[in-house]
Design a protein around this ligand. Structure first.
Ligand code: ATP
Length: 453
């Protein structure tokens, strides 16, 4: 499995993302800012859908999970207790000739990759961004942009337990921005300095942690598969015992076969009681849990599945992309899972003629109450289909002159390119069934039932 070669090259994805308004370089008119990206009109929809799919599966559909949204700036003591101030660093070397800085553990040779010059000794470089809270730039006012969302969940553990009256096992989930002053950025949005995370801190009774760890890495692996990533493009990598942080009992990464090779998509760690113990000692506040059933007080153990929104989005884009021969041309398609697709349905009137518009607009207005729908009446129908395929729109609805007579429209499915003609009165129901992946209920004129699978 590991020998597999990536199926798409990154230039194709970067170019599609740029051209179709998924992702732009940040501050592009000023030449961009390294490690920062802006999500365009389609990108923002895709990103919201990724987070929504995660929230739905991890919070909404579970009894043992609650959400949180904590601040990016936190009390500086948080980073002392967590160990970030001391240890959240990467080894840095500098070229003595051209002064470019590199991350030492990513170099294959002991010389500068850009000019071949000699490198300095390694020193540790802390990845946290520093700034000042308030108008005085003094040491007491230093605050950090959080490098992970996790700490907000640890320090709120008691607040959540007290206000929800939930019992263990209990997870806290949040999505949000994190910042890391990475020494080198790259591979498009894979490694940036400002990015978004989707993190879970799952609190369990000590002694049950090993079992819950098994559960969580499988659960998280399956989440990607359910959302359409091919199993053969995913693998689990277990960190060897000797490389684990001293408090970590086990750590498994879900890796994806990115265009630049197998790399981490998400890390799942068994952190024991390290985090709550550190914050309890440092703050002087008890973070123990009282177990009603056994009448014991204890510090829960934590299983942490920590994923990146941007990295997942990149994996979804890469895995969905395909180029398929279609007559004399090549059809570029994003086979995105329908729940992730930025546009769910496109309404395509055959022409801009008034009577067609009068028929197509009400259909558009009705469907957009429920889905992200695009109305497109420019260029030939073939080109419009191609445009929608390229951004992953699962269904196109074409309104033609015949529609004015028989009140029927043509629905075209992205993946199979199959088309059926159905009454406008059944369109919404039909699309609902398709999105719910139910068998198609309507028998079209030709008699063939358009099956989902
Ligand atoms: P890496 O080894 O790639 O630097 P990490 O092990 O430091 O990652 P974690 O601290 O485990 O990453 O962070 C959890 C998740 O957050 C990662 O799996 C990834 O999806 C995301 N993430 C971390 N750093 C970045 C970054 N610089 N850019 C984009 N996403 C990131």
């Amino acid at each position: 499995m590991s020998e597999q070669t990536p199926t798409v090259n990154m230039d194709k994805i970067v170019s599609l993302a740029r051209r179709r308004g998924f992702i732009f370089p940040s501050s592009e008119i000023y030449g961009g800012l390294s490690g920062c990206w802006d999500y365009g009109p389609l990108g923002v929809e895709l990103k919201r859908n990724v987070k929504q799919a995660w929230w739905q599966a991890m919070v909404q559909e579970r009894d043992d999970m609650v959400g949180l949204d904590t601040s990016i700036l936190m009390h500086p003591q948080v980073w002392v207790a967590s160990g970030h101030l001391k240890g959240f660093s990467d080894p840095l070397v500098e070229c003595k000739n051209c002064h470019v800085r590199w991350r030492a553990d990513e170099l294959s040779e002991q010389k500068c990759p850009s000019c071949g010059g000699e490198l300095t000794e390694e020193k540790m470089f802390n990845l946290m961004f520093k700034t000042y809270a308030g108008p005085v730039e003094s040491d007491e006012n230093i605050v950090y942009l959080r490098p992970e969302t996790a700490q907000g969940m640890f320090v709120n553990f008691q607040n959540v337990i007290n206000t929800t009256r939930k019992k263990l096992p209990l997870g806290i989930a949040q999505t949000g921005k994190s910042f890391r002053n990475e020494i080198t950025t790259g591979n498009f949005i894979f490694r940036s300095r400002e990015f978004e995370q989707m993190e879970i801190e799952y609190f369990v009774k000590p002694g049950t942690d090993a079992e819950w760890f098994e559960y969580w890495y499988q659960e998280r692996f399956n989440w990607y598969v359910k959302l359409g990533i091919k199993k053969e493009h995913l693998r689990l990598y277990e960190h060897p015992k000797e490389k684990l942080a001293h408090y970590a009992r086990r750590c498994i990464d879900v890796e994806y076969l990115f265009p630049h090779g197998w790399s981490e998509l998400e890390g799942i760690a068994n952190r024991g009681d390290y985090d709550l113990r550190q914050h309890s000692t440092s703050s002087g506040k008890s973070l123990e849990y009282f177990d009603d059933e056994t009448k014991e007080h204890y510090l829960p153990n934590i299983i942490e599945p920590s994923a990146g929104v941007d990295r997942s989005l990149l994996a979804f884009l890469c895995d969905a992309y395909s180029e398929e021969p279609d007559k004399d041309e090549i059809r570029a398609v994003l086979h995105l899972h329908p729940s992730l697709a930025p546009i769910k349905i496109a309404i395509l009137p055959l022409s801009k003629k008034e009577n067609l518009v009068a028929c197509a607009k009400p259909v558009y207005n009705e469907l957009r109450k429920q889905w992200a729908v695009q109305y497109d009446d420019t260029q030939s129908i073939g080109r419009r289909y191609r445009r929608q395929d390229e951004v992953g729109t699962p269904y196109c609805v074409t309104v033609d002159f015949q529609s004015l007579e028989d009140n029927r429209v043509t629905v075209r499915e992205r993946d199979s390119m199959k088309q059926i003609r159905i009454p406008i009165s059944t369109l919404k129901k039909t699309l609902e069934a398709k999105f719910a992946r139910e068998d198609f209920l309507v028998v079209p004129a030709g008699g063939e039932i358009w099956k989902t699978n």
